[in-house]
Design a protein around this ligand. Structure first.
Ligand SMILES: Cc1cc2nc3c(=O)[nH]c(=O)nc-3n(C[C@H](O)[C@H](O)[C@H](O)COP(=O)(O)OP(=O)(O)OC[C@H]3O[C@@H](n4cnc5c(N)ncnc54)[C@H](O)[C@@H]3O)c2cc1C
Length: 492
């Protein structure tokens, strides 16, 4: 056996940064910086029906930024394109062939999606029982984990409604333990890494890295602008948002303004965390006081994200079914023609079409418009929310199971938080209220750009000039969908 000092491996997944990365830091402390970075993705993932080439590119760019970060401090990241069982199996077999020691520890940060939890439980068992490697994991992706936040009493039942959930979240937030989590990564001591894959394996070609191969090939298929990726880009985005946060409460609802933070893509991959955002923006005091301010409104949005993660972790069936099981047998229409018109932004409802075109051409859609197009799909077109959920995943750069599923179930009124089935967005009124100058519609629906603001959300047939007539009658569809919901409720 070659003499290599004990070392650790950090298995990256949704924590693609070094700044303030708790499990990575723990590993470096155990092994005096002798920690190697490891990432693997299963090729099966590329064949998923909701796979997005654009989101994959952003993710590959994030990995590339992480690799650079690791190299800058003396370490390295190895990326393999097989499942973790196969990747770690391959790695350990290579070590054995070259008479090299196994890592002493594998560390990772916890993930809460049903698939990830099952994977982590299986891998932890294999590391310990089969391979004799110690495992250490930490909280990172959420500020408060599902098993930390529950109703009082022995049942430790989770909340199913946002308002009491948020109340509890803020009450926990005021405890010293929670406040200690909110530290700027700049306060953490600098890390220096003392080992690379090349140093360990001598011949790196025995375990070739696949990152550049995928990054170059996938880049050829990208159809939207890919924003700057990685933890430095995320921190830059947070610091830029500081200048706008006081306006957030009002500006956040108007899709033509730059009113929101643009942080969702970075949160998704763990280029930043809620802890870092709260620390960087100095929001802890606001969250502690709980007084309504624009800054607090922003924290409340971060709490929505945690809420949906908790719901998914506690009720994993929501990934495939309505949270409210009374809607299991809801009768949705199966109209592919209407679905296509929605996808293409050709429904004849300007605010809906602008949103759908924004999604397709930029990979992002404003939250207000996500709610409008979601309501429109389910309640005006009477199409299954799961069709919309999947389409969003195919196109959103920030596509993320928990908030996407939560957002869609909210729009369809099948979810845990009350957006009662009888509350149906009127696309015309929503457009007039949240895009009063028509600037958003003009940007994405140029066919209507000749119209004055007053006419843009409800153009006459003559004013449409080739832009489609509305494909449904809102009031008629409203009656139909209300009856479908009522039938479901009455039959239970
Ligand atoms: C139908 C539908 C689908 C959605 N799909 C996704 C998705 O796939 N991925 C995703 O990250 N968000 C999703 N959202 C939530 C929200 O639209 C986005 O998080 C937000 O638009 C991202 O822009 P931002 O970072 O500038 O938001 P900001 O307004 O700046 O909010 C800050 C952060 O708070 C969180 N947040 C804000 N609003 C919500 C919300 N309603 N639910 C959960 N978290 C929220 C996000 O992490 C966001 O980055 C969806 C909402 C709806 C209605």
């Amino acid at each position: 056996m070659n003499t290599i000092a004990p070392y650790g491996i950090h298995w990256f997944r949704r924590d693609l940064r070094l700044r303030g990365n708790p499990a990575f830091r723990w590993n470096t402390q155990q092994h005096q910086g002798r920690v190697l970075g490891f990432f693997c993705f299963d090729q099966k993932f590329l064949a998923r029906s909701d796979f997005s080439t654009n989101r994959f590119q952003f993710f590959l760019e994030t990995l590339s930024a992480l690799k650079t970060e690791m190299r800058e401090i003396g370490g390295d990241l190895l990326v393999l394109d097989v499942s973790p069982d196969e990747a770690f199996g391959k790695l350990l077999a290579t070590l054995e062939t070259h008479r090299l020691p196994r890592p002493q520890h594998v560390t990772f940060n916890r993930d809460y999606e049903p698939f990830a939890r099952e994977r982590d439980a299986r891998m932890e068992k294999r590391f310990i029982d089969e391979w004799g490697i110690e495992v250490h994991h930490e909280r990172d992706h959420l500020l408060i984990e599902p098993d930390e936040l529950h109703k009082d009493g022995p049942s430790r039942e989770g909340y199913q409604v946002y308002t009491p959930f948020a109340k509890k979240w803020f009450s926990l937030f005021r405890t010293p333990d929670l406040l200690a989590r909110v530290r700027s990564p700049d306060e953490w001591p600098k890390i220096k890494l003392e080992i690379t894959w090349e140093q360990l394996l001598s011949k790196p070609e025995v375990l070739p890295d696949f990152l550049d191969h995928y990054r170059e090939n996938n880049a050829k298929k990208v159809t939207v602008r890919i924003p700057p990726a990685g933890s430095a880009a995320a921190t830059k985005q947070i610091r830029e948002f500081v200048k706008r946060i006081e306006a957030y409460e009002v500006a956040r609802d108007f899709p033509d303004r730059r009113g929101t933070s643009g942080l969702s893509i970075y949160l998704k991959n763990g280029s930043t965390t809620v802890a870092e955002i709260i620390a960087e923006l100095g929001l802890a005091a606001d969250a502690k006081k709980g007084k309504p301010t624009s800054r607090l409104k922003f924290v409340q949005e971060l709490v929505w994200r945690e809420f949906y993660y908790h719901i998914l972790a506690r009720h994993p069936y929501v990934e495939k079914a309505p949270f409210l099981r009374i809607y299991d047998n809801m009768r949705w229409d199966e109209d592919e023609v209407r679905f296509k018109a929605w996808r293409e932004g050709l429904t004849g409802f300007p605010i809906v079409d602008a949103g759908m075109r924004q999604l397709k051409t930029t990979g992002w859609m404003h939250n207000r418009v996500r709610m409008i197009v979601g309501s429109f799909l389910c309640k005006d077109l009477i199409l299954n929310w799961q069709w919309g959920e999947q389409y969003f995943m195919e196109h959103l750069l920030d596509g993320d199971l928990a908030p996407n599923n939560g957002g869609w179930q909210w729009a369809a009124s099948t979810g845990c938080d009350p957006q009662p089935y009888f509350r149906i967005f009127n696309p015309l009124l929503q457009g007039q209220k949240f895009d009063p100058d028509g600037a958003y519609v003009k940007k994405y629906v140029p066919e209507l750009a000749h119209l004055p603001a007053k006419r843009i959300h409800d153009p006459s047939p003559a004013e449409r000039r080739g832009y489609p007539e509305p494909i449904v009658n809102h009031n008629e569809q409203r009656e139909i969908i209300l009856e479908r919901y009522r039938n479901c409720r009455d039959s239970k």
